[in-house]
Design a protein around this ligand. Structure first.
Ligand code: FES
Length: 141
């Protein structure tokens, strides 16, 4: 049985503060907080795996109101997608191997493509590159 995460890990830059607080973010998805003033952020692979645990993705709060969903593919590459559903802007979250919207049931794959409507457009995707034992995400802002 997978233990449900009951804490929020707060970190900044490459420093993990290790602050524990009640889970409040993104439908129970493990969450990190990152400042991304230049439109980019990084997460060490160790930090990602410690945060994700058995979950297929984590949410990264970059202060935009729409956490970025970051997850590892089976080949070791990473994806980074907006959590903003393209139907009516609810927050999608990882559910099994897909990203599912709780409002009307749209589902997206790990590339952000629509698996099931009513959404008709893909999730916004960002560049995620693994380098120097960290995943680097470019938000393009
Ligand atoms: S808002 Fe996501 S399916 Fe409607």
């Amino acid at each position: 049985m997978i233990a449900r995460r009951t804490f929020l890990r707060v970190s900044a830059g490459t420093f993990t503060a290790g602050v524990l607080a009640p889970l409040t973010g993104c439908g129970g998805v493990p969450m990190l907080v990152r400042h991304a003033p230049a439109g980019r952020f990084s997460i060490t692979l160790t930090e990602y795996r410690a945060t994700a645990g058995d979950e297929s993705a984590i949410a990264v709060d970059v202060g935009s109101g729409w956490p970025v969903l970051v997850g590892e593919r089976e080949d070791g590459s990473f994806f980074a997608l907006s959590s903003k559903c393209t139907h009516q802007a609810c927050r999608v979250r990882p559910t099994g191997g897909a990203l599912v919207c709780p409002c009307h049931g749209s589902a997206f794959d790990r590339e952000g493509s629509v698996l099931r409507g009513p959404a008709q457009r893909s999730l916004a995707a960002y560049t995620a590159t693994v380098r120097d034992a960290a995943v680097h995400v470019e938000l393009g802002q």
